[in-house]
Design a protein around this ligand. Structure first.
Ligand code: NAP
Length: 314
């Protein structure tokens, strides 16, 4: 019988306890689930559910672990704790996270595409003017990162009718999406995207991928939706580009420092929308399903899905 430890932020324990038990039952797993590290000897734990805000930061006493199951899609926090080299670290991939990200990205892309702020912003236009609102098929939207979340968003944007480009490290196929990779692909997606969504992980290679030079190469009046990580963007360069009108609007969910400090210029900037890292959140029911599915795989001797590649860092 596998021993599972939920090392979650204490506020999450009461939310996850019933869901983990339910999901284990549904997988046909008879697991012993502990919700507090002080309730179980570390060397007895087979699977550790890791939360960046949770109590366990040192894996050394957990000598019998078969896997670490990360509660978050981003893996920076768990990798900072230096998990043993050969121990699988499983990323959170779950339906709620994907669906939430899709709503956020598609919602903000549509807002910028239709220039909805012109009618409902702080100073609505209040004029009866005849315009021809743009059609999705005449708008090019780019998605940096074609992983679990990015590919799903790109596919939905394409299905909606946008001319959709996507960019990833390795070559990908996503229905309806012009998939690009490598340095040339990056140049192309930067040059063509009138609305650019960022869904890359933070690694040494992706840090400040959107720098002053690349922002300068974007179409005039382009909009950004950053739901990946704050480190992907050079923020001084972005503020300069907003001032210059090069970038029309930036929707920002992630920042270098979170919570975003109260004196940060983004809070007061009229053409920046700040959301508090809520683009998508891990939901207890669907996350528990995902966790128990992986534990069942481990117990059946199968390999874990969605494991972190240590050399790539995501
Ligand atoms: P994922 O499945 O690991 O996909 C990452 C994508 O980025 C892959 O397509 C990968 O290319 C690409 N990539 C990585 N390094 C690259 C590089 N150097 N050059 C080009 N492409 C590169 O991740 P995911 O589940 O889609 O999540 C993406 C990120 O979203 C997470 O890492 C996290 O930071 C963020 N996130 C934010 C929220 C929020 O609420 N704001 C919620 C969840 C996640 P390959 O396909 O070739 O590997």
């Amino acid at each position: 019988m596998p021993v599972v430890l939920f090392s979650g932020n204490p506020e999450k324990r009461s939310l996850y306890a019933p869901e983990l038990t339910r999901a284990a039952d549904e997988e046909g797993l008879s697991a012993t689930i502990h919700m507090d590290p002080s309730d179980v000897a570390p060397e007895a734990v087979d699977y550790l559910i890791f939360d960046g805000d949770g109590p366990v930061k040192d894996f050394a006493p957990y000598t019998k672990l078969k896997a670490i199951l990360n509660l978050w899609a981003g893996v920076e926090a768990v990798m900072r704790c230096d998990p043993p080299e050969n121990l699988p670290v499983v990323r959170m991939v779950e339906a709620g996270l994907s669906e939430g990200m899709r709503d956020y990205v598609v919602g903000h892309v549509l807002r910028h595409h239709l220039d909805i702020d012109r009618y409902i912003g702080a100073e609505p236009i209040a004029e009866w003017e005849l315009t021809f609102p743009p059609l999705a098929r005449d708008r090019t939207v780019g998605v940096l990162g074609l992983g679990v979340l990015g590919a799903d968003c790109a596919a939905h944007l394409a299905r909606h009718g946008f001319e959709t480009l996507g960019w990833s490290r390795s070559a990908k196929r996503v229905e309806g999406v012009r998939c690009l990779s490598g340095a040339e692909g990056l140049d192309q997606i930067i040059a063509e995207s009138e609305i650019l969504a960022l869904l890359l992980p933070h690694t040494p290679e992706t840090r400040r991928v959107l720098n002053a030079e690349r922002i300068a190469k974007m179409p005039d009046g382009a909009c950004l939706v950053n739901a990946g990580r704050g480190a992907l963007i050079d923020h001084d360069a972005l503020l300069a580009a907003l001032d210059a009108g090069k970038i029309r609007h930036a929707t920002m969910d992630v920042f270098d420092v979170e919570p975003l400090p109260p004196d940060h210029p983004y809070w007061a900037y009229p053409r920046v929308t700040v959301t508090p890292h809520i683009a998508s959140v891990t939901r207890p029911a669907t996350a528990s399903d995902s966790i128990m599915r992986q534990i069942a795989r481990g117990e059946a001797g199968k390999s874990f899905e969605n494991t972190v590649d240590r050399t790539l860092g995501y």
